[in-house]
Design a protein around this ligand. Structure first.
Ligand code: SF4
Length: 336
């Protein structure tokens, strides 16, 4: 039996167990782990399990098309992603998940975060590769005199304290009783989302960079809000809208798209439903509409909105555009 030929972060035994009894599986990996795809396939071949490696981008447990079943696989193996409970039973074939744990030491980043925290009650959130470090992070905070609070999992998350780019429930559900948040993980999108959704100060402790950030998140929040306001201003003269429906299983909000279409038409706009797997300027810039409203992954409008030639609004921003909501009630779009 091969012993950990893959990576010190990925448990070969867990991979084998996840596909036990299958003859053929589809392996899906995020960009950072794509290099492991064929190595996992080699490992599974030793167990007489045939593997098809997906080279398409994989953005999370939400990222599945019904067409996966056409590959005649018995299981989809997500590597490096946490399960999304609300999708259990919805996948075209059963799904299994093997998490990848971050190898980074967390304590230097946590030490740097300490002087940036506000008050004493701290909401603690994280993402999949660091979730196993939350209990010791809470203990670390307690030993330093803080009162850590870990919010509950939601229907789209598998662990307490876990946040997604589209679901910040573990933070927003406790926002009323914490003084600030501490995010353990890399990247700034999740802390930015939490700052936008909760209105509370957010400190990001990033073990991959051995650093902690706070002001940068606040600056980014202000920059993003200005960009969103500018996108709304550009969309003011729009008459023809494209209401985007994501075709990925966990990003599909057809009912919301239809409600927005009716709302837009009720305000004298012409609105088409546009089905998209991946939102990309290369295709969306060419449709004959003046602006888009995306009901797919909420990250795209916030992260990549400026790459599109036409304004790309969130559902909440459409409500503001047509006067159903005021800018003062701006909310971060989430799939809950
Ligand atoms: S919808 Fe977007 S933010 Fe949510 S899990 Fe999928 S890729 Fe991540």
């Amino acid at each position: 039996m091969t012993t950990l030929p893959l990576s010190s972060q990925l448990d070969a035994t867990a991979v084998r167990e996840a596909v036990q009894g299958c003859r053929r599986v589809l392996i899906k990996l995020p960009d950072g782990l794509l290099h492991l795809g064929t190595r996992i396939a080699d490992l599974l071949a030793e167990e007489d399990v045939e593997a098809v490696v997906s080279a398409d981008p994989c953005y999370g447990a939400c990222d599945v098309q019904e067409s996966a079943a056409a590959l005649k696989v018995e299981k989809i193996l997500f590597v490096g992603e946490a399960p999304m409970p609300s999708l259990a039973g919805c996948y075209p074939v059963p799904a299994a998940f093997v998490m990848v744990r971050s190898p980074h030491d967390i304590y230097e980043a946590l030490r740097q975060a300490l002087p940036l925290l506000e008050g004493t009650t701290v909401g603690l959130v994280s993402i999949a590769p660091y979730l196993h470090r939350l209990p010791e992070t809470a203990e670390f905070l307690q030993n330093k005199g803080f009162n850590p609070v870990i919010g509950p999992r939601s229907r789209r998350t598998s662990s307490d304290g876990q946040v997604l780019g589209c679901d910040l429930t573990a933070g927003t559900s406790v926002a009323g009783r914490v003084d600030c948040f501490l995010y353990l993980g890399d990247g700034l999108f999740h802390p930015l989302g939490l700052a936008l959704a909760s209105g509370k100060p957010v400190v990001a402790a990033d073990p991959s960079q051995n650093r902690a950030l706070k002001q940068e998140i606040q600056d980014m929040k202000e920059r993003v809000l200005k960009q969103r306001y500018a996108a709304l201003a550009r969309a003011m003269d729009a008459r023809r809208l494209g209401i985007i429906v994501g075709t990925k299983l966990g990003q599909r909000r057809l009912n919301l798209a239809e409600r927005l279409q009716n709302m837009a038409e009720g305000h004298g706009l012409h609105a088409h439903l546009i089905a998209v797997d991946m939102l990309s300027p290369a295709r969306l810039d060419h449709l004959d509409v003046d602006a888009y409203v995306s009901t797919a992954c909420p990250r795209v409008a916030i992260d990549d909105g400026t790459r599109f030639a036409k304004p790309l609004l969130t559902p909440i921003e459409l409500e503001i555009l047509v006067g159903e909501r005021s800018w003062d009630d701006y909310e971060f779009d989430q799939i809950l």
